[in-house]
Ligand binder design. Structure first.
Ligand code: OGA
Ligand code: CA
Ligand code: FE2
Length: 403
């Protein structure tokens, strides 16, 4: 890299450092199909019309308050307890949402199709360039700054020892002072570093942001009776239109020992320049993954570890730059620091809203940044989950047209 390129990257860095995310301001007007708390108790609006043409509505359940439990009679002879786990972000759990045989059925479907290693940004990272995180602007990278540089550009999570080993292996830190100057970095090409990190990840897959295997179950699986039953139950729970439920995909994920998923958002901030992905555009890029809601099922018990962690839940404010530097995104290392964690349990469902509702359009509002979450490492045993993601397009009209 030339000295000038280094400088221009530094300028970029200063810009991005001043970037700070404030609390979402979108106030939701009373959403449909929800419960609300009043002096004389909690009232639920059950008169929700769903799935009719022109009636496409986003709903949002009311958490009332942390620890609040409400009983849902959504199937004859079976009542489910919906418990509010967190108000910020709004997260609920339903123990025994799936029966044991339904959980087993999803695992069997996944095994029949065949699971594949989950891909992360590290597998797709542009190996020809990277952004140097010179946070203090002294034109040299400390170990911490190199750590952030590698996390952000390569999506690989190394500790100081790994970085020092990389310096030795690639002969990067010529004066052995644990700092990398423009002169020193010039002698290493991003491609060499990328190749080196790629090899590291094959050797130590737990250093990737996501270490798991997965398979997609597409909506055309709805000929599967269990799948249909679960879809219907999700619809009754969420009160979302049938079209949204039917078009949502299910991803089954298997984590082995050390399997984990670092903290992330399941959806993407609004962006008028980049549209929500459709089934066809999602593989071509230049579109956003738009998931209004996440419904996560635990398909297995886990002997130890494997909690779903929300590292910034309940914080007053959120600065994503600070979150990145704190190391709390790295759930492989920092799960114990997460503000709140959901222990896995076979059949349990955890649900949350990745977006608010925009009261002006009655449709997809800003991302709820407090939904940063991920999977803690499996310490003992295996963990199976299914993600049921409620996909939407940017507007009601586009969503109605189909995607
Ligand atoms: C995910 C996810 C959490 C978990 O797959 O997107 O956040 O507990 N998983 O595995
Ligand atoms: Ca040096
Ligand atoms: Fe997720």
């Amino acid at each position: 890299m030339t000295g000038r390129a280094w400088l221009s990257i530094l300028v970029l860095m200063v810009d991005s450092l001043s970037f700070c995310i404030n609390e979402p301001t979108a106030e939701n007007k009373a959403p449909r199909g929800t419960c609300s708390k009043a002096v004389d108790g909690v009232h639920c609006d059950e008169n929700v019309v769903v799935g009719e043409p022109g009636q496409l509505e986003l709903t949002r359940l009311d958490g009332v308050e942390e620890g609040y439990v409400t009983s849902l009679d959504i199937e004859p002879g079976r009542s489910l307890q919906l418990k509010t786990l967190s108000m910020k972000p709004l997260v609920f759990e339903i123990v025994d949402f799936l029966t044991t045989s339904e959980s087993d059925h999803f695992i069997a479907l996944a095994n029949n199709i065949g699971l594949q290693t989950s891909k992360t940004h590290s597998d797709r990272a542009n190996k020809n360039s990277f952004t140097l995180f010179d946070q203090d602007g002294n034109r040299r990278l400390s170990l911490d700054e190199m750590k952030l540089t590698i996390e952000n550009s390569f999506d690989v999570y190394l500790d100081h020892e790994d970085i020092r080993k990389m310096y030795t292996d690639l002969d990067m830190d010529q004066d052995h002072d644990n700092e990398i100057t423009p002169d020193e970095i010039q002698k290493t090409s991003p491609a060499d570093m990328g190749e080196y990190l790629q090899k590291k990840m094959i050797q130590y897959p737990e250093k990737k942001s996501r270490f798991s295997e997965q398979v997609w179950l597409r909506p055309d699986f709805s000929t599967d009776e269990v799948f249909q039953h679960v879809q219907l139950r999700v619809q009754k729970l969420t009160k979302l239109p049938e079209t949204l439920i039917k078009r949502s995909h299910v991803q089954v994920v298997k984590y082995g020992l050390k399997g984990h998923y670092n903290a992330h958002l399941d959806s993407t901030p609004l962006n008028t320049k980049v549209p929500c992905c459709t089934e066809t555009t999602r593989w071509k890029g230049n579109c956003r993954i738009c998931r209004y809601m996440t419904i996560l099922f635990y398909l297995s018990d886990v002997e130890e570890g494997g909690e779903t962690a929300f590292p910034v839940a309940g914080n007053i404010t959120l600065d994503e730059e600070v979150l990145r530097s704190s190391g709390n995104i790295n759930l492989f290392r920092s799960c114990h620091k997460a503000n709140f964690k959901v222990p896995p349990k076979k059949g349990k469902a955890v649900i949350w809203y990745n977006h608010f509702i925009n009261p002006k359009t009655d449709w997809l509002g800003e991302v709820d940044r407090f939904t940063w979450h991920g999977g803690c490492p499996v310490v003992k045993g295996e963990k199976w989950i299914a993600n049921f993601w409620i996909r939407v397009m940017d507007t009601k009209e586009e969503t109605e047209k189909g995607f």
